[in-house]
Ligand binder design. Sequence first.
Ligand code: IPM
Ligand code: MG
Length: 371
Amino acid sequence: MTTHRLLLLPGDGIGVETIAEVERVIAYFNETAKSARFETETDLVGGAAYDRHGVAITDEAMAKALKAAAVIFGAVGGPKWDGVPYAVRPEAGLLRLRKDLGLFGNLRPAICYPALADASSLKRELVEGLDIMIVRELTGGVYFGEPKEIVTLEDGQKRAIDTQVYTTHEIERIARVAFDLARKRSNKVHSAEKRNVMHTGVLWNEVVTATHKAYAPDVELNHILADNCAMQLVRKPKQFDVIVTDNLFGDVLSDEAAMTTGSLGMLPSASLGAPDPHTGNRKALYEPVHGSAPDIAGKDLANPIATIASFGMALRYSFDMGKEADLLDQAIAAALGAGLRTADIMQPGMRQVGCSEMGSAIVKELGALAG
Ligand code: IPM
Ligand code: MG
């Protein structure tokens, strides 16, 4: 039997509660394992790491992340750490993980569960059956470009600088991820940039076009300005299948796409590195799209589905356990189908449950589905 080593990084706020439910799902898979089981260790990240160690992630935790087959991440941040120095703010832990693990490809599905179509702020007919995959470049662009600083000018004014940088290689490899995914879906990619204003947008457009020609002429490619993409996402979201875009536009567009589905609390994500030349394995981190929700943390109110579904993406993308991943998706749909709802997706006539009861229900449905 294969053993996969997972590093769990619950982080702050509701990350702690939602990762606890993932641990129960992992325990279920371990008990019923036929070919692969999971060994987990846990460490601190974000504000929790800052409180204990004065940094957003320690070198020891980074070393564990580098050795793990996958990292399962909760959430970081909260008002408690608003005043901490910029370099050690909670988000710095997540950014270091992305950068040091080389996780350049961020997959953010926005799927509308049929049971939740009415929870969307858009009309049901616009979102029912919606299934978009946002492919966000995650280790470049304005998040990491240098210089990145605030300088004081001679007259006492300050000047802040962030730098948007992209190279051919960075654009080409994320474009390939998008084309590969599109081939397994509806074979259509939209590439979003601002070529009308930014040189990085011009290069992005050129490289995606060239990659398409050389690598994926069979896939339908559309170029769209990022602002228009934002508008089209709320006008007619079902026109999209795969959207590939840079780090900052991807941050914004993925939140927007997520909200159209009815709940941010439902959506997982995967961040993948390049395949190892020897083993073919990719470094990977899986995390919910939502944040740490400090206002509801510790109250058993959080929705664990996004984090559990993130573990499902790990089964699919890191461990080639597509059957188990399908089973987990079905168990989530079954718990929703049985009328269970956490507060964020509560609707009339449904039964409101807490984070742990939702987790138990999903584990129970797993058992029922497996027979
Ligand atoms: C996300 C988050 C992060 C980002 C923050 C927490 C640094 O918003 O994963 O989308 O901006 O990338
Ligand atoms: Mg974001």
